[in-house]
Design a protein around this ligand. Structure first.
Ligand code: ATP
Ligand code: MG
Length: 141
């Protein structure tokens, strides 16, 4: 059994990563966790506690949407043993941390994400995850 941690952010690149993971093994031979990290941003200016609450609610709703989309995509791609995990934190720190915690054999992710500047070879999250990870990282172009 190959245990994969697939990092998703709702981008086409992350969907390509899911497809590549599905091709790694036949049904039943791959177990995958789809993980999304929502980043807590710092806001300046006059925000009321109610504003913060709304921002947090929106971020949670967005995370659910990303994970539900990724799950549907993964099942369609042929990954049968798949679960989702949403956390708050810093993607490049928490993706490698969760991979170790979940005893993943490999991290699978896109080379780029939602920012998708075509000139960019590698996004900053991808770059930092490779730096921080203690397991192999499959970067899907
Ligand atoms: P940047 O964010 O540096 O402006 P980018 O968005 O194009 O550039 P990355 O963020 O490095 O590129 O995205 C590369 C891959 O990292 C994505 O395809 C996805 O697999 C993963 N990823 C990015 N952000 C997250 C996140 N918040 N949670 C989980 N995985 C993520
Ligand atoms: Mg990004």
């Amino acid at each position: 059994m190959l245990r994969l941690l697939i990092a998703v952010d709702g981008s086409e690149h992350a969907r390509n990563a899911i497809d590549a993971a599905a091709r790694l093994g036949r049904e039943g031979e791959v177990e995958a966790v789809l993980v999304h990290i929502r980043e807590g941003h710092t806001y300046h200016g006059d925000l009321t506690p109610r504003d913060y609450e709304r921002i947090a609610e929106q971020a949670l709703a967005q995370q659910s949407q990303v994970l539900e989309g990724a799950l549907a995509h993964a099942l369609k791609a042929g990954l049968a043993r798949v679960e989702t995990l949403g956390e708050e934190g810093t993607p490049d720190v928490d993706i490698p941390r969760i991979a170790t915690l979940r005893a993943a054999d490999m991290i699978v992710m896109g080379t780029r994400g939602l920012a998708a500047v075509s000139a960019l070879l590698l996004g900053s999250t991808a770059q930092r995850v490779v730096h921080n990870a203690t397991v192999p990282v499959l970067l899907v172009k």
